[in-house]
Structure formats: structure tokens, C-alpha cells
Design a protein around this ligand. Structure first.
Ligand SMILES: Nc1nc2c(ncn2[C@@H]2O[C@H](COP(=O)(O)OP(=O)(O)OP(=O)(O)O)[C@@H](O)[C@H]2O)c(=O)[nH]1
Length: 308
């Protein structure tokens, strides 16, 4: 993908010439005619910007100061590195050193040779491509590390991180949430009767059914074995039992079919609510677990919810 380049120069002709040359080379350009505009453009386009060409000598906020501000913003927002090439009429060693210290990656002498600029752009394009590949593979790795490979839902680590996030959202905005522990009944019998592969197929099918029934803002994760966690975001106390009983029915009403065999399956569900009091995740999980235990102990295939 061709790079998107922000061209910053207070001299209109220099800026237009640069833009023209870059467009001819196939790059997309944005422009700014002073340091403040450069910062504003960066803020607006930081997600898809690949390179900044920054004039050094500009009134008010010069190129060095503009780049220092941009680097500070990037650091605060934990953003990826964005290459900056300074453009300057000065060939003094101090200025070149100053450019690198201000956060620049390279330095081009004015008047700019089109040949040198084309070559530098080629090098920067290589870096931009490498950076994109790195970002993509980091995303893929993060996805892999947070997903349960059998069911495709969040794994325990990632579910607990999301639970932390949901709880702090509830504390800040007072939006109540529900947490359920959801455990398949007599799953050992399923494995023993139909085989481990059939057990795996049941786990995959049940999580698929629940995922389809959840709203986009709700979360399901596999806590381990045949146990799942479910978070309902922003739910009314009166609706909690109804929603989870619907999930219970979705599991129980149709057997899972695996290699011609019909495997009846039910689940027990322990539910609790969180309205933002000073409790921690461990306390909340424990409360849901106690309700789950009660559901198992009093016959299974049921939802237990004790309003707070
Ligand atoms: N097929 C399959 N089975 C699993 C997996 N993880 C855990 N199990 C099985 O799940 C079963 C859980 O058994 P128990 O903890 O005794 O509970 P249960 O039989 O579901 O009984 P209750 O929970 O009391 O209703 C064990 O037989 C585990 O081997 C998995 O990834 N795939």
C-alpha cells in the first residue's frame, strides 16, 4: 500500500513542489503550512499516516518543536513509531544532531534533489511495509493468545481482563452488569458415552449457540474444562434471570448431533450482579460460583440468581 505522507512547509511553492513530486511517485499526501497545523493534522490522521516531511525553519512553532510535541503525544497514547524526515537549508552538524534529538529519523538538504527524495521515500516505504507487517502479526498473536482454540471464544486470561474492564465501567458510569458461571451437566458422562471428540464437539456447539444469542456488548469466555463465564453488559436486575434461563433453554432444547449420534445436554448457571460497590473480581466470581454450586446441588439444568 502506498504511504500517506504529511508535508509540512510554510513556503507555499516548496510545499506544492514536494506534494507534486510525491504524487507523481504514487504517494498520498496531506499538507500543513505551520507547526500547529502539522500537530492538528497528525492528531486527525495518526491512525493511517506513514511519514512526516517537516520543514525546520518555520515561524512560531518550528519543525523541531512540532515534532517534539508529536513525539510526546505518541508516547502518551502509546502509539507506534512514525518516521519523520526534516527538511532544512542548513548543513551544520549541530542542526543535524538537533533534528535527531528532536525525534527525527533523517535529514534532507534544501533545495531538495528529486533523486535523493525518491530514494529516501523508497527506504521509508520499506520501513512502513515492515511496520505494517509487524502490527498485523502482533494483532494475530494477541488474538491467538486470548482465544480458546477449541471453541473460538475468549480464554480465561482474556475473559478476566474483560471482566476487570466491565467492572470499572460499572463503577465509573453506574451501569449494572451481570456475571454468570455456566457449567455443562454430567459432562464426564458425555465423554465416557460418546467419546472425547464428541465432548469437544459439544463444547464448540454450545459456545456457538450462546455466542449467537448474546448481544454484541456481552461477553463469553471459556474458564476451563466444561465451564464458561458470561458477562451481560448494562442489564436490568428484573431481566437477569429471564436472559440466563433463555440461554439454559437454548442449550437444553436440542441435542448436539455428532457423527449421527444425538447427545442430550443441559447446563447449570450461577448468576450474580454487580452494581459498582467496592468489591473485587475475586469476590464477584466467588458469588457466581456459589450460585452455580447451588444449581448443581439442587438438580442441575437450572439458573440460580439471588438478587443482591
Ligand atoms: N471432551 C472434552 N472434555 C473435557 C474438556 N475439558 C474438560 N473435559 C471433561 O469434562 C469433565 C468434567 O467432569 P466433572 O468436573 O466431573 O463434572 P461433570 O461430569 O460435568 O458433572 P457436574 O459438573 O457435576 O454436572 C471431565 O470428564 C473432563 O475430562 C475438553 O476440552 N474436551
Amino acid at each position: 500500500m502506498p504511504m500517506k505522507v504529511l508535508v509540512v512547509d510554510d513556503t507555499n511553492t516548496d510545499r506544492l513542489l514536494l506534494k507534486l513530486h510525491l504524487s507523481k511517485l504514487g504517494y498520498t499526501t496531506l499538507e500543513a503550512s505551520n507547526g500547529q497545523e502539522a500537530i492538528d493534522q497528525f492528531l486527525e490522521h495518526s491512525q493511517d499516516l506513514d511519514l512526516i516531511l517537516m520543514d525546520v525553519q518555520m515561524p512560531y512553532i518550528n519543525g523541531f518543536d512540532a515534532v517534539r510535541s508529536i513525539r510526546k503525544i505518541q508516547e502518551q497514547q502509546n502509539q507506534e513509531w512514525l518516521p519523520v524526515i526534516f527538511l532544512s537549508a542548513s548543513a551544520e552538524d549541530d542542526d543535524i544532531e538537533g533534528a535527531i534529538l528532536a525525534g527525527g529519523d533523517d535529514y534532507l538538504m534544501k533545495p531538495i534533489s528529486q533523486k535523493v527524495l525518491s530514494a529516501k521515500m523508497l527506504a521509508m516505504q520499506r520501513i512502513a511495509d515492515m511496520r505494517r507487517r509487524l502490527v498485523d502479526s502482533n494483532l494475530a498473536l494477541e488474538q491467538l493468545a486470548s482465544t480458546d482454540h477449541l471453541t473460538g471464544v475468549a480464554n480465561r486470561r482474556s475473559f478476566e481482563l474483560m471482566l476487570d474492564r466491565e467492572m470499572s465501567f460499572t463503577r465509573r458510569y453506574g451501569v449494572p452488569m451481570a456475571l454468570a458461571m455456566f457449567d455443562l451437566d454430567k459432562f464426564k458422562v458425555v465423554n465416557d458415552t460418546f467419546g472425547h471428540d464428541a465432548g469437544d464437539a459439544v463444547l464448540a456447539e454450545v459456545s456457538k449457540r450462546i455466542k449467537m444469542a448474546l448481544r454484541d456488548s456481552d461477553i463469553i469466555g471459556r474458564l476451563g474444562g466444561e465451564e464458561f463465564g458470561i458477562i451481560l453488559h448494562n442489564v436490568k436486575e428484573d431481566d437477569v434471570f429471564k436472559v440466563f434461563d433463555r440461554y439454559r433453554k437454548i442449550v437444553a432444547e436440542h441435542p448436539v448431533v455428532h457423527e449421527g449420534a444425538e447427545i442430550p445436554i443441559t447446563a447449570s448457571i450461577g448468576v450474580t450482579m454487580y452494581a459498582g460497590k467496592l468489591e473485587d473480581k475475586v469476590a464477584l466470581l466467588k458469588r457466581a460460583d456459589q450460585s452455580l454450586y447451588e444449581a448443581k446441588d439442587t438438580g442441575r439444568n437450572k439458573v440460580i440468581y439471588h438478587p443482591l
